[in-house]
Design a protein around this ligand. Structure first.
Ligand code: ADP
Ligand code: F6P
Length: 462
């Protein structure tokens, strides 16, 4: 029987209940069932620079193996190449790209170091599943250390079209590195099409009719595998007696009759300033909404060593303050903004207690919050999801109210429509959305990826 080895930059500790980030949440959900090895960075930064073996610990059926990063590695690989080159490029933000040769060197060096630490832990029958943009070159590093096991890669964030990717000076190297994998998974059809275009138009490769791509003497499978959530556990979390109490408290404390909720890492891709402006526009265009609606935005800190993230924090604080100053009253605070992580139970209750889920990223790989909001609803009296057309989730969740996240008026009108939607329509939209969220849950994502990666071993991890 094969062992599943998951590799990601950040490793989540399974017993910690309030971690944010789609990757940590989805992989935690996926690995809890199968067990296996989870390898990556332990989240710490150390001064000295000497090679060290991975530290391991056991959490249920999962062995967690981690290494720290040196200060230089952290700055060049994580803050530099991953978060100031790859992240903005993949989210179509060329204006925020800061390419430096040292960042690229750091990226290659850390991928090589991770390969050095992982290779001795591998067993002959392992199936290796590598995650996200931090680790694009890991497979080629492992291959050069004699690793012949099947290796798959899943990109959690969007893959940009050629016109955007080509702005990265080392784009050819990135694409070539991907060809060391056996399976490359993307979130959506659009990402796959963008990748196929780069292969066919820019590196002299070929796209075969069965979804495989050929280049650099290798043929690999490139397909969408839309990520999902653990639906049952989210439904259960949102229906506990503690959740009921939290919802009651929410309603008692705030005089507003309706709640709009947003939950996102404080990232410039999430469209948070536009969202605040749209809420202000709602109050302007529909004065009857004043004193009756509250926007609750939870936006925990993230990547604070990158300048673009401190800028967005200031902008958001200023916007929420100005809306509250302009519209607030003794008994009504229009915007409630929290800059921290909260427990997943608390989030589930907040989703269930809110009439509208507002998910308006300017660009997003998938967006699990959209799926969690749907899973948390009471099927007899569900809330309405307002969703950006540029979230990967919109490819599937078409019964949401789909908006253009750059168009403030469009979002404001959708909010009004959501807040006044008749019960029958809310129910029928929610039924369709819930069915799709359930069909494409975390287990389905994991099983379909692993079936593609280890075709002769189907079910080996179940
Ligand atoms: P991303 O991967 O870009 O952060 P996703 O929406 O796909 O975006 O995933 C975010 C995950 O992190 C979701 O599971 C969400 O519930 C969780 N999360 C976001 N904000 C918080 C928070 N303040 N506290 C706890 N969990 C959070
Ligand atoms: O899902 C996107 C993602 O970039 C993950 O790879 C990452 O773990 C998460 O967002 C949070 O970001 P970070 O690991 O940089 O804190």
């Amino acid at each position: 029987m094969s062992r599943l080895v998951v590799v990601s930059n950040r490793v989540a500790y399974l017993e910690k209940k309030n971690q944010s980030g789609g990757l940590a949440v989805a992989l935690g959900d996926a690995l809890r069932d199968t067990g296996g090895l989870w390898f990556g960075w332990d989240g710490t930064v150390v001064e000295e620079d000497e090679p060290r073996p991975a530290k391991t610990c056991q959490q249920g059926k999962v062995t967690i193996a981690t290494i720290p990063l040196t200060k230089q590695d952290y700055e060049e690989y994580y803050v530099g190449f991953a978060n100031q080159v790859l992240w903005p490029v993949c989210h179509y933000r060329l204006d925020l790209v800061k390419f430096e040769t040292a960042y690229f060197d750091g990226y290659r060096r850390v991928n090589a170091r991770l390969a050095d630490a992982l290779a001795p832990l591998l067993q002959p029958d392992d199936i290796i599943w590598v995650h996200d943009y931090h680790l694009i070159s890991l497979a080629s590093e492992l291959r050069s250390r004699g690793v012949t096991q099947r290796i798959g890669f899943f990109l959690h964030i969007p893959f940009p079209p050629p016109g955007v990717l080509l702005a990265v000076p080392v784009h050819q190297w990135l694409v070539k590195s991907l060809f060391a994998y056996d399976v490359i998974g993307f979130q959506t059809n659009i990402d796959v099409l963008n990748f196929q275009r780069v292969v066919a138009e820019n590196i002299g490769g070929k796209v075969l009719s069965d979804g495989r791509v050929m280049a650099y003497g290798r043929t690999v499978l490139a397909r969408p595998f839309p990520i999902g959530i653990d639906v049952d556990s989210f439904v259960a979390m949102s229906h506990t007696s503690a959740a009921e109490e939290a919802i009651e408290r929410l309603n008692r404390r705030h005089l507003a009759r309706s709640h709009i909720v947003g939950v996102d890492r404080l990232d410039y891709t999430k469209g948070l300033p536009e969202r605040m402006k749209a809420f202000r526009r709602l109050l302007e265009l529909y004065p009857d909404k004043q004193k009756t609606v509250t926007l609750m935005q939870i936006a925990p800190p993230t990547r604070e060593d990158v300048a673009a993230y401190t800028d967005i924090r200031q902008e958001l604080e200023q916007l929420s303050g100005s809306i509250n100053g302009e519209y607030g009253d003794f008994d009504w605070t229009p915007v409630r903004y929290m800059h921290r992580n909260v427990s997943r139970e608390r989030l589930a209750a907040l989703f269930r207690g809110s009439e509208v889920g507002l998910v308006t990223p300017l660009r997003d790989g998938m967006n699990l919050v959209a799926k969690e909001y749907i899973a948390a609803q009471d099927e007899n009296d569900p809330g309405v999801l307002v969703l950006s057309r540029f979230a990967g989730a919109a490819e599937d969740l078409e019964e949401a109210l789909i908006v253009n996240p750059y168009d403030i008026d469009d979002i404001a009108h959708a909010l009004e429509q959501a807040l006044t939607m008749p019960l029958d329509e809310r129910r029928s939209r929610h039924r369709a959305l819930f069915r799709r969220v359930r069909e494409r849950d975390a287990a389905n994502w994991r099983n379909s990826f692993l079936a593609a990666l280890a075709p002769h071993d189907q079910g080996a991890f179940a």
